[in-house]
Design a protein around this ligand. Structure first.
Ligand code: DP6
Length: 332
């Protein structure tokens, strides 16, 4: 009745942006990502007959453990209820969660959080599910990208056409390619517009249909780039996809601007480095921070190169990592 899991954040090369069904979190497009080994959420869930109400405590990066705010509490309880219904377990639960990185700054903290929560709750409830079923259940938690944190390494979340056909699978294990993500944190303030609102507004952009049309070919490029370990092929397609997502956000009604001045300066610097022959490419989620995709030999150079930028608050380095897993060390 007690279980602990560790789940990674993931960075998408082909972004999930826009849904066909809100209630079931069905995406408008297939997305492709890589798990980030050093950016994780650890969660312990315990069902306890002495509890009258679910208890949810979170230790955000660099802070002490606090009670979850009402919005987060509600989302956690909904996921607990979903699993209680499946496992026919009527008990309330205590949930404690810890992050190794800042939340809400475009490093997909809700992905690792909802993934870790789902897996720990399933295990604690005694439910037996396979990987495909786990990804579907995680997806239903509302943070769709969380389902990509279940399988190992490089992952595809298939759009599907129903709840049972929209699930995530591993394209390659994390050992296939030591691809790195150097994350430049331009701001660690909570993002103003959530991905939730962004997804809902995507269809108001006049360019959204074009984005969806382009994705077919781009997704093929990204998958081929991963399979053949071709960073140029993967990197160029990832950059195009990030620009496409932000173009949709900026042309939604009302528009959403996730970028800050520093974001643009970094993009320009990446293009300058590329012109000098450095193999580095950028991608950006629903926030101002920039993810630099590169291979091992370039990591130190990039850390040094960007260490003098006054607006960069923090640099995180992660590489392709495992998916969600169990831990024997409980948080309480
Ligand atoms: C831009 O609805 O999965 O990161 O709940 O905010 O983590 P959160 O996000 P979700 O949308 C993710 C949007 C994205 C692109 C992506 O990761 O595919």
């Amino acid at each position: 009745m007690k279980a602990t899991t560790i789940a990674p954040a993931n960075i998408a090369f082909i972004k999930y942006w826009g849904k066909t069904n809100d209630r079931l979190t069905l995406p408008n497009n297939t997305s492709v990502s890589m798990n980030l080994d050093s950016l994780t959420t650890k969660t312990t869930v315990e069902f306890d007959e002495s509890l009258e109400k679910d208890r949810v405590e979170i230790a955000y990066y660099g802070s002490v453990r606090i009670q979850a705010d009402s919005g987060t509490y509600q989302r956690v309880v909904e996921q607990l209820d979903r699993i209680r219904k499946l496992s026919k377990l009527p008990l309330k639960a205590k949930v404690v969660s810890e992050n190794t990185f800042p939340a809400g700054v475009g490093i997909a903290s809700s992905a690792s959080a909802f993934c870790a929560l789902t897996l720990a709750t399933v295990k604690a409830s005694g439910l037996k599910l396979n990987t495909k079923e786990l990804t579907i259940l995680t997806r239903l938690g509302g943070s769709g990208s969380a389902c990509r944190s279940i399988p190992n390494g490089f992952v595809e979340w298939k759009k599907g056409h129903s709840s049972q056909t929209s699930y995530a699978v591993s394209l390659e294990q994390e050992t296939h390619w030591h691809l790195y993500d150097v994350i430049l944190v331009v701001s660690d303030a909570y993002k103003k517009v959530s991905s939730l609102e962004g997804h809902a507004l995507a269809h108001t952009s006049p360019y959204y249909a074009t984005r969806l049309r382009e994705l077919r070919n781009r997704t093929i490029q990204v998958k081929k780039g991963i399979h053949t370990k071709n960073l140029t092929m993967l990197g160029i397609a990832s950059q195009q996809d990030a620009i496409s997502l932000h173009c949709i956000a900026m042309t939604s009604n009302p528009p959403i601007f996730y970028w800050l001045g520093g974001t643009m300066s970094i993009i320009n610097e990446v293009y300058r480095l590329q012109s000098l022959g450095v193999s580095v490419y950028f991608t950006i989620d629903a926030g101002p921070n920039v993810h630099l995709l590169c291979e091992e030999g370039t990591v130190e150079f990039l850390q040094q190169n960007f260490s003098t930028y006054p607006f960069i608050q923090q640099i995180f380095v992660a590489k392709a990592g495992k998916g969600a897993r169990y831990s024997e060390e409980h948080l309480f």
